[in-house]
Each structure stands twice: as structure tokens, then as C-alpha cells.
Design a protein around this ligand. Sequence first.
Ligand code: ADP
Ligand code: MG
Length: 600
Amino acid sequence: MNAKQILEKIKTTQAYMNYSRMWPFVKPYWFRALLAVLICIPIGSLDAVIALSLKPYMDLVMVEKTVESPWYIPFGIVAFTSIQGMLNYLATYLNTWVGGKITNDLKFELYKKLLTFETAYFDRKKSGDIVFRFNNDADTACAGLLDNLKTFVSRLFSSISLVCVLIYNSWQLALIAIFILGCAFLPLAKIRQRIKSVMDKSVVAGSTIITAYNESFAGNKTITSYNLADYQENKFKNILHEIFKFKIKMIQRTSWLSPMMHVIVSVGIGIAIGYGSHLILTKQITSGNFVSFITALIMLYTPIKNLGNNFNSVQFSFMAIERVFGVLESNPRIKDKPNAVELKTIKDGISFKDVCFEYIKDKPVLKHINLEVKKGETIAFVGNSGGGKSTIVSLIPRFYDIKSGSIKIDGIDIRDYTLKSLRANIAVVFQDNFLFSGTIKENILLGKEDATEEEVQKAIKMAYLDEFVATLKDGLNTQIGERGMLLSGGQKQRVAIARAFLKNAPIVILDEATSALDNKSEAIVQKAIDNLMIDKTVFVIAHRLSTIQNADRIALINEGVLAELGTHEELMQIENGKYKNLYNMQFRVQKETQKTPVTV
Ligand SMILES: Nc1ncnc2c1ncn2[C@@H]1O[C@H](COP(=O)(O)OP(=O)(O)O)[C@@H](O)[C@H]1O
Ligand SMILES: [Mg+2]
């Protein structure tokens, strides 16, 4: 093998690949990282000095007794230990500093990546998965890498210098020792494949436990009201059992390594002592040589005995690195085209042409939808639950991309606009809007970060929040708890509407924004929504009659098909029409109850 081939071979090794992938993250701190590694060289090499100095001590002090004042020896020991200690401190400090910086950068990159992923990515993943892959793996990857680099470098130099001490004392013994050392490395080759599958499974199990905690937190009320404590406990117990099982499996597959090293090492020491004694007796080496040799040998072998554990942690960190870069190198499916244009504002309208869509391959959810919506028009979607209403509107801000056909705004396919500008032109209010922990004001300002105080006040007024806010001691600066827990359903909706109002986007999407509310809060939220709809192009999905009656046109979606389209009057004309049926079944009842005045 020539040098080039060797280089190629090194380049394809796992260690090289992983370290080189990490390089961009190490680069900004290369100087301190290098310093941290360089410091490990004297730390390692100083080991040999202790072993080496035993020879003259043994020979001159103990055997020949020719030294006048042996006091320099204890001083020497203390001096060396102090230097080594100081260097160790520096190395640990630098390592932690560099490691902390790299971990932060890696986590930041991962987080940035996380935010670029499309809705479908989050549909597939569980919350525990996200925490594990984006947080824990970054920690494992960096911690393992740097610790091991430090250990590796100091051990390498410690080994080199100790081997020199061995050879200096007796080259015959040194040969034996090094040969046996080589044998100790053989079992390492096997271990990787054996732990890979267990490792992958234990990552999955580890992420399930985080999901379990998250669900217990978010679903706390459901758990309490359905008396699900036993059920949850059982589920949790099973997860714990799974994790335990994998832990044990991992130990079974890896922990034989260290004892095996112990045995191999003891064979080495045994042979060295046996043969060494023979060499002393035949006066080929001095007792000093022998003591120095054995000390060096034990010092050399000690880290090797633990190599098993070390090796495992390297493997863990390598596998974490692979997962981390798997995420970093994956591409979000919904992203800007290279020559995407800005959507400034909407001039003509939005058109759906022969739009087909499916979440899961070959399970069509929307079939050949054709729809033209003019600027300023309000279009209401009605139809059976599960028919595809939410799906249609979620295609406009590109939460998902369509399978075939096209959706155009002002004649340009929405996939040709930049995602940012497209989404800036759309305000969405869902049935259950996500509010962030923080104050009411902070949440409203998310609609427009640089809004003036006047704009905020107007948004609050239009969202019918002003009276409520006035009753609060801290007003707009009231904390609303995680996910807005401290607000009622109607208040949460109105905060979300104020947020949408501030965004002032020309396209408004309302997906059953009032259907989770009781009559009283619904009436006031509906008024807020009416304000939000003024002068906008609106797509509204509603179960309520009033919204539908106010719409310019109604689209009836049934099983993914746009079955009927027209004004209320037009659709009511259709003999045996689906809308007519729905109206008679559902909305007429509402009309009757509506006669009782609703108080606000
Ligand atoms: N994220 C998703 N992944 C897979 N299938 C989905 C997803 N969201 C909705 N669906 C399915 O698509 C169909 C239409 O759902 P949806 O548009 O929410 O109906 P609607 O809003 O009319 O009640 C349903 O059969 C539903 O089960
Ligand atoms: Mg829906």
C-alpha cells in the first residue's frame, strides 16, 4: 500500500468522516481547540518520567546505596504532580470552553433547521423525537467527541513515552508487551455492529419517555377527567421497562470488553514478570530496569483496561454525530425556488386549478378542485367533517404542497413566490390557536413586531379585547401562562384575532375559529372576526349559520370533491342539493335558536 492509498483508507474510516464533518463547527475555535489538544501531550508524556526515574532510584538508592542526599526525589515528585495538575486544569478548562461553544453552535444550527421543516415533518414526529434529535444528540455528539479527543491524545502520548521507557529498560520485554497490547485491540473491531441496532432502539425508547412527559403535561385535564392515571402509569411503566431492557442489552453486548482487556493485560504482565525475573537472575538487566519496566507497563496497561468503556462512548458519540448530521443534511421539502419572487400584495385573486392532494401516498384527500376566488370575496367552506375543508385552506400558505394542478395568486403559482412573502400575506385563525407563554401584548405583537402603541390599541379594540384588558391589573402586560392556559377559550381566540388583525394580511383564513366556544363567547368572537374580515379576501370554514350567510359564495366539500358552489340562494335552489340538505339538517336549528338575543 502506498501513501496515497493509506490516505484514502484513512479518509473512509468512520472516525475521519465524523471528525471532518465536525470541522466546520470546530473551525471558529480552532486555536483554543488546538491548544487544548497540545496540552494533552505533556500531560501524557509526564507519566513516563515517573516510571523512568524509578530506575536510577532503585539502582542508586536501594541497591548500590551510592546517593548522598536523596531529598531531591520527593521534591521532584511534588513538582511534577503540580505541573501535571496545572496542565490538567488548563486542559479541562479549555475543553469545556471549546466544547460548550461547539455544542451551542451545533444546537443553534439544528434549531434553525428545525424551523425550516414543513408541516408534514412535524405530523410524522413526536415531541420526544424532536427533543432527542435536536438537543440530546447534540450534547452526546460534542461531549463524547471532545472528551475522547482529550483522552485519546493524552493516552497516545503517554503510551508513546511509556513504550520508550519499556524499550530503554529492556527491548526483549518491550517486544512481548507490545505484542500482547496489539492483541487487546482485536475485539474492538467487532463491537460496533453489535451495539448499533441496540443504540438506535434505545434512542427511540428514550424519546418516547420525553413524549410521555409532554403528553402528561399537555393532556393533563383529559387524564384527570377520564381517570387515566392508571392507564398512563401502565404506559409509562412499559416505557421504563423498554429502556431498562435496552440498557441491559447494551451492557451485555459491550461490558465483556473491559474484563476481556483485563485478562489480556494480566497475561502480558504475567509473562513480563516471568521473563523479566529470568533476565534479572541472568544479570541481563538491573533490578532498577525491572521495577521501572513493570511500573511503565502497568501505567501503559491501566488505560487500556478501560479502553472498552472509552471505546463505547466514542461509538455513542459517533452514532449521535451521524444522527445530527442526518438531520442537518436533510432538506425541507417545502422551500423557496431559486428564482422565487416576492408576493407584494394581492391584486386579482386566488385560483385553484385541478388541485389534487394526498397526505399519504395513493390515499387522495382532495380530488380535482377548481375554484376562483376574487380579491375581496368571502368564500365559505361547508361539508361533512373529514371532507377536506381544513386541507384545502392549509394549501394556500403551503403548509403542504399539492400533488398536481396549481394554486395561483394573481396568475402566479404560489410555489413561485418566496415562502416568507406568501405567508406574510396570509393571516390564519384556527379553532385552537397556539399562544406562547408571555404577556398578552407579546402575543399580539407577534403579528407585527414593530407595531406602534396606536396600532396595538386598535387591534385590541377591533378584537373586542379592550374591555377584558381593562379589568386586568397588569393590563396588556398580564402573563397568560403556557399556551395561554390562564385565558378562557373566547379570550384566547380574541388574542389570536388581535394578532391576526395586527398582521393586516390581505388574505384571511378562518378554520372553525368559533366552533370550540359556547354561545356567549362565540357571539363576541364572531364580532371580532367580522372586523378582521373587512376588506380582505377570506376563506372561512364554519359551522355557524351567520358566517355562512354573510359569505359571498359557499363551497360544499364532500369527500374531497367540490360538490356545489354558489350563493346561499343559488344552492338552496338545487333540488335535493347537498347544501340544502345540510342547511335543513344543521343550520335551520341554529336559525331558530338565534332568535333569542345573545348577550355579549
Ligand atoms: N396531517 C394529516 N395527515 C394525514 N391525514 C390527514 C391529516 N390531516 C387530515 N388528514 C385526513 O384528511 C382528510 C380531510 O381532513 P380535513 O381537511 O381536516 O377535514 P375537515 O376539515 O373537512 O374536517 C381526513 O380524512 C383526515 O383524516
Ligand atoms: Mg377541519
